[in-house]
Design a protein around this ligand. Structure first.
Ligand code: HGY
Ligand code: MN
Ligand code: MN
Length: 413
C-alpha cells in the first residue's frame, strides 16, 4: 500500500497537556508525586478520559486497573493497534517519565481522528497501571498481569506501606470512572509502541532526537530482612549485640564488591534501606533493604543474582536473614519490524535518529509477549530521571508523537 498521508500532530496541544498533567501531583521542587492509583493518579486518569470523551473515544478498564482509550476501527473483529505507557511516578519523580508516552499516544489518536482517517483496526491509548512499582511491588504490575506474567489475585492483594491494597485502589478507579467498559486481561493487541524519555545520556551526547529501541536489559530484585535484637546502646557491649544494621551494612558492602565490574555495566542499587526501630540510643533489631540488580547478559545476570543469598547469609553474623527474590526479568529484544518502523518514520520526517538499547525497564517488555512491540526514546536533559529536575524538550516530544501517528496509521489502515 502506498504511504497514506501522515497528518501533522499538534505540538502546542501536546506540550500544553504535559503542563496540565504536571500540575496533578506537582511538587514544590518542580517534579511530580503521583503514586500508582493514588488520588492524584486517579485524577490524571479522569483528565485523560475527559479529553477522550470530547472525541467520543471509549474508555475501558481491566481487573488490574489498566486503562484503554479506544477510537473504533471499521472492522471490530480486528485487535487494536496500540500505544501508551504509564501515569504513575516515583515519589519525587519527573514531569515526563511515563506520561510522555501516554500523551504522545493520545495525541496520535486525536490527530488521526481530526484528519478523518478511517482505520480497519481500532486505535488505542493504553495507560498501564503501576509501572514504577514504588507504592506497590512489583514494577510493571499492570502490564505484567495483562500479559500473563503475574496472577491478578496476588497483585490485587498487594499492600502499600499503609496497608492499603491494590484491589481497593482499582475499586476506587472504577468508582471514579463509572462509564468505563471492562476489558478482559490478555485481550489481543495487534501491535504496541511506547514513547519514553531515554533516562540516559546517549541521545543527548550524540545529538539525536529519536532512539529506535532494540531491546531492554534484564533485572532481578530482592527484599532482604535482617533480624537481630533491639538493645540499649549504652549498656550493651558489642559481644552481646545482634546488631541488624552492622550485619546489613556488611552485606551491602560485600555485594558491592561482588557486583563491581571494571566496565561499569553491572547496575547494583540499594534504594530502600529501613533501620528499625529507629531510636538513636537503640541497637537496631531489624533492617529491611531492597536490591535492584540489572544486566544485559542473561547468563551473567543469573550467575550474579544467584550469589546474593549466600553473600547475605555469610555476613549475617549473630542475626537471622530472610531473602526473597520478588521479580526476575530476562534481557529482551524487540522485533526488527518495529525497530525499522521507528527508523523509517524518523527518516521520513528528517529526525536525527539512531538505534539504542534500554537500560531502564518499561511496560513494552510485557506487551512484547502478546504482539510485535517497540519503543521510541527521546533525550532527557543530562539523562536525569527519577528526579524532580527531569526535563525533555517540546520538539523532541512532538517528533516522537509524529512517529507514533505514522506507525499507528501504517499498522491500522
Ligand atoms: O526502574 C525502571 O527502570 C523504570 O524507570 N521504572
Ligand atoms: Mn517509566
Ligand atoms: Mn520510571
Amino acid at each position: 500500500m502506498s504511504n497514506p498521508p501522515y497528518p501533522e500532530i499538534n505540538s502546542k496541544r501536546l506540550w500544553r497537556r504535559h503542563l496540565d498533567m504536571a500540575k496533578i501531583g506537582g511538587t514544590p521542587g518542580g517534579g511530580v508525586h503521583r503514586l500508582a492509583l493514588s488520588d492524584e493518579d486517579i485524577e490524571a486518569h479522569l483528565l485523560l478520559a475527559e479529553w477522550a470523551g470530547v472525541h467520543g473515544f471509549s474508555t475501558d478498564l481491566d481487573s488490574i486497573g489498566n486503562m484503554f482509550i479506544r477510537r473504533a476501527g471499521s472492522d471490530p473483529s480486528l485487535p487494536p493497534v496500540a500505544s501508551g505507557s504509564h501515569t504513575d511516578t516515583q515519589p519525587l519523580g519527573g514531569r515526563f517519565d511515563g506520561i510522555t508516552g501516554v500523551l504522545a499516544a493520545f495525541e496520535a489518536l486525536e490527530t488521526i481522528h481530526e484528519a478523518g482517517i478511517e482505520t480497519r483496526h481500532a486505535l488505542e491509548t493504553i495507560v498501564w497501571n503501576n509501572e514504577e512499582g514504588s507504592r506497590f511491588i512489583p514494577a510493571c504490575m499492570g502490564s505484567a498481569v495483562y500479559a500473563g506474567g503475574e496472577e491478578v489475585s496476588d497483585m490485587l492483594a498487594r499492600e502499600d506501606r499503609n496497608g492499603v491494597t491494590m484491589g481497593s485502589c482499582v475499586g476506587a478507579l472504577k468508582k471514579a470512572l463509572p462509564q468505563a467498559g471492562s476489558r478482559e486481561l490478555g485481550a489481543p493487541i495487534a501491535s504496541f509502541i511506547e514513547t519514553h524519555i531515554e533516562q540516559g545520556i546517549e541521545l543527548e551526547t550524540n545529538g539525536n532526537t529519536i532512539g529506535a529501541v532494540t531491546g531492554m536489559q534484564g533485572y532481578r530484585r530482592f527484599e532482604v530482612h535482617v533480624i537481630g535484637e533491639d538493645a540499649h546502646s549504652g549498656t550493651t557491649p558489642r559481644a552481646r549485640r545482634k546488631d541488624a544494621f552492622a550485619a546489613a551494612s556488611d552485606m551491602t558492602r560485600a555485594l558491592r564488591e561482588l557486583l563491581w565490574d571494571e566496565e561499569d555495566e553491572i547496575r547494583y542499587t540499594v534504594g530502600r534501606f529501613e533501620v528499625l526501630p529507629g531510636g538513636i540510643s537503640v541497637v537496631p533489631g531489624r533492617v529491611n533493604f531492597y536490591i535492584d540488580l540489572r544486566y544485559h547478559d542473561a547468563g551473567k545476570l543469573d550467575a550474579l543474582g544467584d550469589r546474593i543469598p549466600e553473600i547475605c547469609r555469610a555476613h549475617a553474623g549473630p542475626c537471622e536473614v530472610e531473602i526473597n527474590e520478588f521479580i526476575r526479568q530476562a534481557p529482551m529484544a524487540f522485533p526488527e519490524s518495529m525497530i525499522a518502523g521507528v527508523e523509517q518514520a524518523a527518516a521520513r520526517h528528517g529526525f536525527p535518529h539512531q538505534r539504542i538499547y534500554s537500560y531502564a525497564g518499561h511496560d513494552a517488555r510485557h506487551a512484547a509477549r502478546l504482539c510485535p512491540a517497540g519503543m521510541i526514546f527521546i533525550p532527557c536533559w543530562r539523562g536525569i530521571s527519577h528526579n524532580e529536575s527531569e526535563r525533555a524538550e517540546p520538539d523532541d516530544i512532538a517528533a516522537a508523537a509524529q512517529i507514533v501517528t505514522d506507525m499507528l496509521i501504517d499498522q491500522a489502515v
